[in-house]
Design a protein around this ligand. Structure first.
Ligand code: NOJ
Length: 531
């Protein structure tokens, strides 16, 4: 199980209200005790923070707000000593607009080598209109016009995310070679893997044709077919290149991609034997709390990955999505990936019950699981952050219509009965305010309570480690609103998505439930049994 550390919000070791590497290092024992196998740490590189660090201005260093390279070395040493592997986040589709390459491109003339590392193009309609109809994931067009050195409006540059995140042109040999070096830099330092940010964006159809987006299109990449700026086949060359580099290192170095694409067959292409090892499975994250929908995703995923021989992964939440306690408490419980959904009413008690059941489902499925920090505490989305606190670029880019992703990024509550709840030293304000109601959800409050969500995750992870290996999944029929399956003879998992209790009599010895009595499994509850 890989645990996502959203570094800005995990633990503040330096007392400035922002999470950092020393803070993470000080909490490694918690992660080892939880039963984590590996950490994926979100970007720590020097960054102007236009997108929370996904706008990198220097790839071989650590932002002073997050620590130093020495801190990273110490983190790696401590993590490895505890048996934890560490995966870094590599943002290679775009740099920051403050990156020396982009500054040089702005200072250079149209057609110069400096500009070929990015996508600089002349506009249409005499230069007034963007070169094509491509859109940004954060809203609005994917192009921004620059002023040339003479002060006049000039070319446009491409940014599939914020304007502060210009897209690199991966056809440029400069780009390819620079990133070979960056990949090696971190592998040489001893990291165990690399998470590839925005993987499907890293190739564009030459000549940049229109995508045919309708005027009010949103960034619905899981629905796009033959899109010229997303999931273009040439993207796989980059991953083959990186895999060749990774394979020259000792031990298993893991590449995992963030790829929101159209269906499991397109996704499976990222994990062909000579490409990445695993990829996040957003279809699972998007699925509503519905037995048929979830089963269809599980079956579709396993069927698509079998031919390429890659393990499945399962993920319910991340720093880009509404926390699933809140999502599962809504009438429409499916997620819009990076969809920045507006607050719809949520029944949080129901959502937590389902989230706990979903944890047992997720951890019983074959393959790897990704857990987002705070999920093990049952944290809900914070939906009432004051507008002046919002920092996600979506808020500005959408003209204040979409609040963005800050609600799932609120710093973790560790201990104590008021903010900053041990996230930072007392008296320090975290970079996003924590709700006072989180006093009952701190790690400390849950640690010794056997009925807490933290205990459920710890118990489940321990059992998973003890019982589960490569056993195949076999479905059982307990009714259409019930997900039930065996993992060989090691474990039986029953998840009740119906409105009625499901009798467990005769199904085996109950090892763990997400809530309720053992004889009958209540609605929105899951059980693990020894068959
Ligand atoms: C995906 C990251 O998870 C997200 O936080 C970021 O905004 C985009 N990629 C752009 O880098």
């Amino acid at each position: 199980m890989v645990y996502e550390v959203y570094l800005r919000s995990f633990a503040d070791g330096t007392g400035d209200g922002l999470g950092d590497v020393p803070g993470l290092r000080s909490r490694l024992a918690y992660l080892a005790d939880l039963g984590v196998d590996a950490l994926w740490v979100t970007p720590w590189y020097p960054s102007p923070m236009a997108d929370g660090g996904y706008d990198v201005s220097e790839y071989r260093d650590v932002d002073p707000r997050f620590g130093t390279l020495d801190d990273v070395d110490a983190l790696l040493a401590d993590a490895h000593a505890l048996g934890l592997r560490l995966v870094v986040d590599l943002v290679a589709n775009h740099t920051s607009s403050e990156h020396p390459w982009f500054r040089a491109a702005l200072a250079a003339a149209p057609g110069s080598r400096e500009r070929t590392r990015y996508f600089f193009r002349d506009g249409r309609a005499g230069g007034e209109e963007p070169p094509n109809d491509w859109i940004s994931a954060f809203g609005g067009p994917a192009w921004t016009r620059v002023r040339e050195l003479d002060g006049r409006p000039g070319q446009w540059y491409l940014h599939l995310f914020a304007p502060e995140q210009p897209d690199l042109d991966w056809d440029s040999p400069d780009v390819q070679e620079e990133f070979d070096g960056i990949v090696r830099f971190w592998l040489d330092r001893g990291v165990d893997g690399i998470r590839v940010d925005a993987a499907p964006a890293m190739a564009k159809v030459p000549d940049l044709p229109d995508a045919g987006h309708p005027p009010d299109a949103t960034f619905a990449s899981s629905e796009w077919v033959d899109n010229p700026h997303w999931d273009v086949d040439a993207v796989h060359e980059v991953f083959r290149r990186w895999r060749r580099i990774g394979d020259t290192y000792d031990g298993e170095r893991l590449f995992v991609s963030e790829a929101v694409v159209n269906g499991p067959e397109r996704l499976a292409r990222y994990v062909r034997p000579d490409e990445l090892h695993t990829t996040f499975n957003f279809d699972y994250l998007k699925a509503p709390w519905d037995a048929r929908a979830l089963r269809a995703v599980v079956e579709g995923t396993l069927a698509a990955l079998a031919p390429v021989g890659a393990p499945a992964t399962w993920v319910l939440s991340s720093h880009d999505e509404t926390r699933h306690v809140t999502r599962f408490g809504r009438a429409d419980s499916g997620a819009a990936v990076m969809g920045f959904d507006a607050a719809a009413p949520a029944d949080l008690a129901l959502g937590l019950r389902r989230a706990r059941a979903a944890a047992l489902l997720t951890l019983a499925l074959p393959g790897g699981a990704y857990l987002y920090q705070g999920e093990e505490l049952g944290l809900p989305e914070v939906e009432d952050l004051p507008e002046e606190a919002l920092q996600d670029p979506t808020w500005e880019r959408s003209g204040h219509t979409a609040r963005g992703r800050d609600g799932c990024r609120v710093p973790l509550p560790w201990s104590g009965d008021r903010p900053p709840f041990g996230f930072a030293p007392d008296g320090v304000s975290p970079w996003l305010p924590q709700p006072a109601s989180w006093r009952s959800l701190t790690a400390q409050a849950q640690r010794d309570d056997p009925s807490s969500t933290l205990s459920l995750y710890r118990d489940a992870l321990r059992l998973r480690r003890q019982l589960l290996g490569e056993e195949p999944l076999t479905w059982l029929d307990l009714g259409e609103d019930v997900l039930a399956f065996d993992r060989g003879s090691a474990l039986r998992c029953v998840v009740n998505l119906s409105a009625r209790p499901v009798p467990l009599t005769g199904l085996g010895t109950v090892l763990l439930t997400s809530g309720g009595a053992a004889a009958d499994l209540p609605p929105d509850t899951a059980a693990w049994l020894a068959p």
